[in-house]
Design a protein around this ligand. Structure first.
Ligand code: FES
Length: 341
């Protein structure tokens, strides 16, 4: 799967080979994987909230948040929830990635950074959504930032990094909420977010129902203070959303096809319903970099000049969407989109 050069053609040229130094049982169904350079070299730096692309032997790519302290240069730590209904990534990883195996990863990217102007940071983690928060708390501790994390899980058994977090729980920096599988018994999200305290920024990551509840509760928070990341890890969020959630996320509004124009050359291509802009451009010899193909990672983010974009991504703010689209999943409400390419 991720192993070695057995299928190198499935890995992009920039892929980096790392070795699994340690696999740790973190909680029910959750392992963490410590990845290091096989020759002991330092790894490229990252900031809290970043993820890496993980290349699988079948050509698929998953994104996993880095959860170790960003000050560390000798390793990347990811944690993965085994999800039987995922597209194979998390199960394959749990089954076949062992200590000393070599894996292939891409560049570090960050679509979920801490806001340096925030006076305090409110972190809400649902289940495996705790992974980016672990790095965020490390960075905030190092910078003297003010933060609180509410961490929602089913039970202590399902709580990754429980022992690591014990001191922070003691200090009141981390508050654990166990709902026994019934969200109504867990954190009162609406109550917590009812009032926005000036200077507070909100960050959240977790399963779809958790994300939806927080988005609703924080809908009146000032623009720019709410930051989130859908699972970009073990499973594509779209594979776990209900039809209703898909509609809320923008899935399904595909339209009847449209045209894209390349500003630099004037060339126009038709994008049929069943194709993405990225696919059409690639077919026509235009190099396009993609990774998640789900509007999650920002790899294919591209500026557009004119047109009425039907954004389908899950990462950009309304302000960014006024300038950029994602080639992997944006559609068009107008007949033509002009791309700044
Ligand atoms: S490839 Fe990830 S957002 Fe388009």
């Amino acid at each position: 799967m991720t192993d070695d050069a057995a299928a190198p053609e499935n890995y992009p040229a920039h892929a980096r080979r790392l070795q699994v130094r340690q696999v740790t049982f973190q909680a029910e169904g959750i392992n963490s994987y410590e990845l290091v350079d096989p020759d002991g070299n330092e790894l490229p730096p990252f900031t809290a909230g970043a993820h890496i692309d993980f290349y699988f032997r079948d050509g698929s790519v998953r994104q996993y948040s880095l959860c170790n302290d960003p000050a560390e240069r000798h390793r990347y730590l990811i944690a993965v929830l085994r999800e039987p209904n995922s597209r194979g990534g998390s199960e394959g990883l749990h089954d076949r990635v062992h200590v000393q195996r070599t894996v292939n990863v891409g560049e570090v990217r960050n679509n979920f950074p801490l806001n340096p102007d925030a006076e305090r940071h409110l972190l809400l983690a649902g289940g495996i959504g705790v992974t980016p928060m672990m790095a965020m708390m490390a960075e905030l501790r190092a910078n003297g930032g003010d933060y609180t994390m509410h961490y929602c899980t089913k039970s202590p058994r399902h709580t990754a990094f429980r022992h690591e977090l014990a001191d922070l729980v003691e200090e009141g920096r981390v508050v654990l909420h166990h709902d026994g599988g019934d969200p109504r018994q867990g954190l009162d999200i609406a109550g917590l977010l009812a009032e926005h305290e000036p200077g507070t920024h909100l960050y959240f990551c977790g399963p779809p129902g958790f994300m939806r509840a927080i988005q609703n509760a924080a809908k009146d928070w000032p623009e720019g203070t709410v930051h989130f990341e859908f699972f970009s890890a073990a499973a594509s969020p779209k594979s776990t959303l209900t039809a209703e959630e898909m509609a809320a996320a923008g899935e399904g509004s595909v339209g009847i096809g449209f045209q894209v124009q390349i500003a630099s050359t004037g060339a126009i291509y038709f994008v049929a319903n069943h194709k993405s802009i990225a696919e059409v451009l690639t077919e026509n010899g235009i190099e396009v970099e993609t990774s998640c193909n789900s509007g999650l990672c920002g790899t294919c983010k591209t500026r557009y000049l004119t047109g009425d974009v039907d954004h389908q991504d899950l990462i950009m703010s309304p302000a960014e969407q006024g300038e950029y689209l994602t080639l992997c999943c944006s559609r068009s409400k107008s007949e033509l989109l002009v791309l700044d390419l």
